[in-house]
Design a protein around this ligand. Structure first.
Ligand code: SAM
Length: 251
């Protein structure tokens, strides 16, 4: 059996109970070594074969999976965060489908929610934003033109920007044009939930300088929006004057 498992953002306890159990039982683990904490591997049983996918091609990964399947072994493919977000998981599943090899996908805590927990904020505040945009700036991987950061920022929704901190100058420029102001709050969270996590708080006006001063140029979330700092309305759900399915309004 092949199990794609989300390892979570870094801290070893932020994997799901199911993901941990699969790791403990695995005969073969293929882990994304550049981002997944090696501490997860301490939970593997003795004799479990470990492969770091950082130095492997897609075809090599699939070969290891196929060989495991042929021997009826339990194979875990360990991805960082949640595998469905920038996980390059689809191309693996498609090749497994072609080979008629079955698999399961176990979700994980994505780094965008981990980063929001680190700064102790909520993306979806009433009267601020009820939408979260997950995106990235184009790099070697292109981004469709209609999803350009400037266009997305024009919605003035809460944003979590992956894979982009190395280009913080360009990110800030596009966001300021989209939001049409430069006092929008920004939090850059480097290695959320890891021991060496760093949190840098600023606005579109000064975040570039602060990020460069801290030397952060990889593995960071750029969280943007007024949810980070500013006024909001209370939720209806816990409003004493509001009746809903589970509670009557107090008189
Ligand atoms: C290839 S993507 C994988 C995302 C992952 N699937 C997820 O759900 O978080 C790698 C990017 O995710 C972000 N990232 C991953 N782990 C992170 C962490 N612990 N703290 C901040 N950002 C992180 C960074 O933007 C990094 O460049």
């Amino acid at each position: 059996m092949i199990s794609f498992v989300g390892a979570g953002p870094g801290n070893v306890d932020l994997i799901t109970v199911k993901g941990r159990r699969l790791l403990e039982e695995a005969d073969v683990v293929i882990y994304a070594g550049s981002l997944v904490s090696k501490e997860h591997l301490n939970f593997c049983k003795e004799g479990c074969k470990l492969h770091n996918s950082a130095s492997m091609t897609l075809e090599e990964v699939i070969e290891v999976m196929k060989a495991g399947e042929d021997e009826n072994l339990k194979v875990v493919r360990l991805h960082t965060g949640d595998p469905s977000i920038y996980g390059a998981i689809k191309e693996q599943m498609d090749l497994l489908d072609q080979e008629e090899i079955s698999y399961e996908v176990v979700p994980g805590v994505s780094s965008f929610t981990a980063a929001c927990s680190s700064i102790k904020k909520e993306f979806t505040l009433p009267d601020v934003s009820q939408t979260v945009i997950l995106t990235r700036i184009e790099g070697r991987t292109p981004v469709p033109e209609k999803e350009d950061l400037e266009k997305l920022a024009a919605h003035k929704a809460s944003m979590a920007i992956f894979l982009s901190v190395q280009d913080i100058g360009r990110v800030v420029e596009k966001l300021a044009r989209g939001y049409q102001r430069d006092d929008v709050p920004v939090a850059v969270v480097y290695k959320a939930t890891w021991e060496d996590e760093k949190i840098i708080i600023g606005t579109l006006c000064d975040i570039e300088e602060k990020v460069k001063k801290e030397g952060v140029n990889k593995m960071a979330q750029i969280l943007v929006g007024d949810f980070i700092d500013g006024d909001y309305s209370r939720s209806k759900l816990y409003d004493p004057t509001f009746t809903h399915e589970y509670r009557r309004a107090s008189k």
